[in-house]
Ligand binder design. Structure first.
Ligand SMILES: [Zn+2]
Length: 380
């Protein structure tokens, strides 16, 4: 896309543009993501006194569900801001969580030390799940070869599967999530699709994997999700939506109270995530995930549009040295020669729509879930 085209095709409120091929604008030039954000904030987040009341109600239910049990809830931890802040806040409110960490082989040393240090200070038990590297790396490589921008899906899907599986196995009724609409409302399916679509993941692997069994890989079908949600009644609570969440303020608290160390970029606690979002997505797919992130911050009033545009002019990688280091690291871990990897970067891009998928089912399930939330049957 050339610059001129890009400029005309940019939202008048945030900075989303035609790099989402499905973007639409209203008559004021405001994009569908901004409209979705407004509706999410209105229906799924709380602020002020209402937030306090609702939050104490949720906390009371979680405590009650865990009476006489070792834990009352499960949290996923990555070493990043959101999940660490969740751990800090719920412990402060008297919950007794079990922390789960998915070790996919790509953790930065900083992430590991952040997790160990902060959980130790908070006196939270940690269960680390280490994935079979042969299977997992082959699945990641299958996504690279499939040429869709969904290379982070194998990690995201496995984390969700793990949290539900552990909750189900241990009879825990609540999963506390760090997802929040204030700083990450964006769901751009042409940028990243498949979080809950096992059909899609399986099909990519069938076509591009080396044929190993995916049994050791934590996964779930829609049937599993139904079972966990409606029969076992496991609830996911996005606790940050019950407070006025400000990332910068949260980071200050974590630095001061827990000796937590900043790692230099959103989701950069994993080397692969850093490389995928900082190099593969922008270079091969023309996708800059920061565009979605700063757009959220604009809508939340935590960044001006001008500041956001300036931010996007910066390089996607923190430094050239780091890029070289990570590039080398990725080649070695995947056992790629430079030529093989460059070949992958040059392949024409595809989307999930060219594989078996359950996207229409995902849309329908979302509608049902929203209805149940409105009726108060599911928590926000
Ligand atoms: Zn917008």
């Amino acid at each position: 896309m050339n610059l001129e085209e890009n400029k005309q095709n940019i939202c008048s409120r945030c900075v989303m543009d035609g790099s989402d091929p499905e973007i639409t604008y209203n008559s004021q030039g405001v994009c569908n993501h901004c409209e979705r954000y407004d509706s999410l904030v209105q229906t799924r987040t709380f602020s002020g006194d209402v937030a306090k009341t609702e939050l104490s109600k949720v906390i009371a239910s979680i405590k009650a569900s865990g009476k006489n049990k070792e834990y009352d809830c499960i949290i996923g931890v990555s070493g990043g801001v959101d999940s660490t802040y969740v751990a800090y806040r719920i412990k402060e409110m008297g919950l007794n969580p079990l922390a789960i960490h998915f070790d996919n082989g790509w953790n930065s040393e900083l992430a590991v030390s952040n997790i160990e240090k902060t959980l130790d200070k908070l006196d939270i038990d940690l269960h680390t799940y280490v994935i079979d590297w042969d299977v997992f790396s082959d699945l990641q490589k299958a996504f690279l070869n499939a040429s869709t921008p969904d290379g982070e899906i194998p990690t995201d899907h496995a984390i969700n599967a793990l949290l539900f599986k552990e909750a189900s196995k241990r009879g825990i009724k609540y999963i506390i999530s760090g997802m929040n609409f204030a700083t990450e409302s964006m769901a751009v399916r042409m940028w990243s699709y498949g979080h809950s679509d096992w059909t899609y993941i399986k099909d990519v692997y069938k076509k591009f994997g080396n044929g190993q069994s995916l049994k050791p890989y934590p996964h779930f079908s829609f049937f599993d999700l139904f079972n966990w949600t409606f029969l076992k009644r496991i609830k996911v609570v996005s606790i940050l939506n019950y407070m006025d969440y400000n990332k910068d303020e949260a980071m200050e608290v974590l630095k001061n109270e827990l000796d937590w160390v900043y790692y230099g970029g959103k989701h950069y606690e994993s080397v692969y995530t850093r490389f995928y979002q900082g190099y593969i997505l922008p270079k091969k797919f023309n996708i800059d995930k920061r565009r979605g992130h700063v757009s959220d911050l604009i809508r939340a009033g935590q960044l001006t549009r001008k500041e956001a545009l300036k931010e996007l002019e910066k390089e996607t990688y923190p430094s050239a040295e780091m890029l070289n280091h990570d590039m080398d690291f990725v080649h070695k871990k995947f056992d790629y020669t430079e030529k093989e990897f460059n070949q992958i970067m040059k392949q024409p891009t595809k989307s999930f729509l060219e594989f078996k998928n359950k996207a229409s089912k995902v849309d329908k399930i979302k509608l049902v879930l929203n209805f149940l939330r409105k009726k108060g049957i599911l928590s926000k």
